[in-house]
Design a protein around this ligand. Structure first.
Ligand code: RIB
Length: 295
């Protein structure tokens, strides 16, 4: 079984479904409201566990009722939460608007995630024994860098999802093995909106890149191979929240199983396509048998 360590956020997603998102200063009436466990770290952990990985998450939930629900969701998906701490105060929350096309806009309030500024006791031992470490950018950058450095010390493959988009130091990028931005994040990191050009730029900093292109699939580029695109299955999206996290969590399991990159990307795309056809983040992530049937 692929051992996956996730150092990342847990959020309670507070989701309003609307015909169209409001502009600044405007009020619109929503159709429905849901609370759904999410957070990029927890989402990647849940996706990887459901895809068949042996997954442990490091991070923090708050001491509120959301914290209990977030822990329960992880446990029920088979994620080990022994290294998930409880910080005094509120859990992370994500305030999400999902429109009729399934697109979303998100405001994240870090809460407990903001208290994770460095690795905690036990975290490095876990990282050392994992096949892969998954990182995102919803924890303070100091913790992300700490995790990436620990993985480098122990020769563990590090996968970074650079979301939410922000400029990153060369120090962090030099400790990353595989970077998985979406088009918008790739543009933020490189200043170019063309994914092929962005991939070329990113390869100056990291050895391997997968740029996710939404419904158009994903673009793989590395320093040693020719770039190639894997197309995504054609589906009708109702909610794209967590699709990128599903893609990364599933991809990590496939890579840990030493599947060739193109096959791993097809499997991850199938999982993300299943995710967007359902509502919510963790609630929409598929199990391994479903991904196998769809790919
Ligand atoms: O990537 C999707 C996630 O981003 C949501 O679950 C939300 O919590 C935000 O962090």
């Amino acid at each position: 079984m692929t051992g996956i360590a996730v150092l990342g956020s847990t959020n309670m997603d507070l989701v309003a479904y609307v015909a169209r998102a409001p502009k600044l200063g405007e009020t619109v009436t929503g159709r429905e409201f849901r609370t759904v466990p999410g957070g990029k770290g927890a989402n990647q952990a849940v996706a990887a566990a459901r895809a068949g990985g042996e997954v442990t998450i490091m991070g923090a939930v708050g001491s509120d009722a959301f914290g209990d629900q977030l822990r329960q969701t992880l446990i029920s998906s088979g994620v080990d939460i022994d290294l998930l701490r409880t910080a005094d105060g509120p859990s992370g929350t994500a305030h999400i608007v999902v429109d009729d096309d399934g697109g979303n806009a998100i405001v994240v309030v870090p809460g407990a995630n903001g208290t994770v500024t460095a690795l905690a006791p036990g975290d490095e031992t876990l990282i050392a024994t994992a096949d892969l470490l998954l990182l995102q950018l919803e924890l303070p950058l100091s913790a992300v860098l700490d995790g990436a450095r620990a993985a480098r010390r122990h020769g563990v493959r590090t996968v970074l999802t650079p979301a939410p988009a922000q400029p990153l130091s060369d120090e962090l990028l030099s400790a990353v093995d595989l970077l998985v931005p979406n088009e918008h994040e790739a543009a933020t990191l490189t200043g170019t909106a063309d994914p092929h050009q962005a991939a070329v730029e990113l390869l100056r900093k990291v050895p391997e890149v997968v740029i996710t292109l939404g419904a158009a699939g994903s673009l793989h580029a590395s320093r040693d191979t020719e770039p190639f695109t894997v197309f995504a299955p054609e589906v009708t999206a109702v909610d794209t929240t967590g699709a990128g996290d599903t893609f990364v969590g599933t991809l990590a399991v496939a890579l840990g199983e030493r599947r060739p990159m193109a096959e791993a990307l097809r499997w991850a795309s199938a999982a993300a396509a299943l995710c967007v056809q359902r509502h919510g983040a963790s609630t929409s992530m598929p199990y391994r048998s479903e991904i196998d049937n769809a790919s």
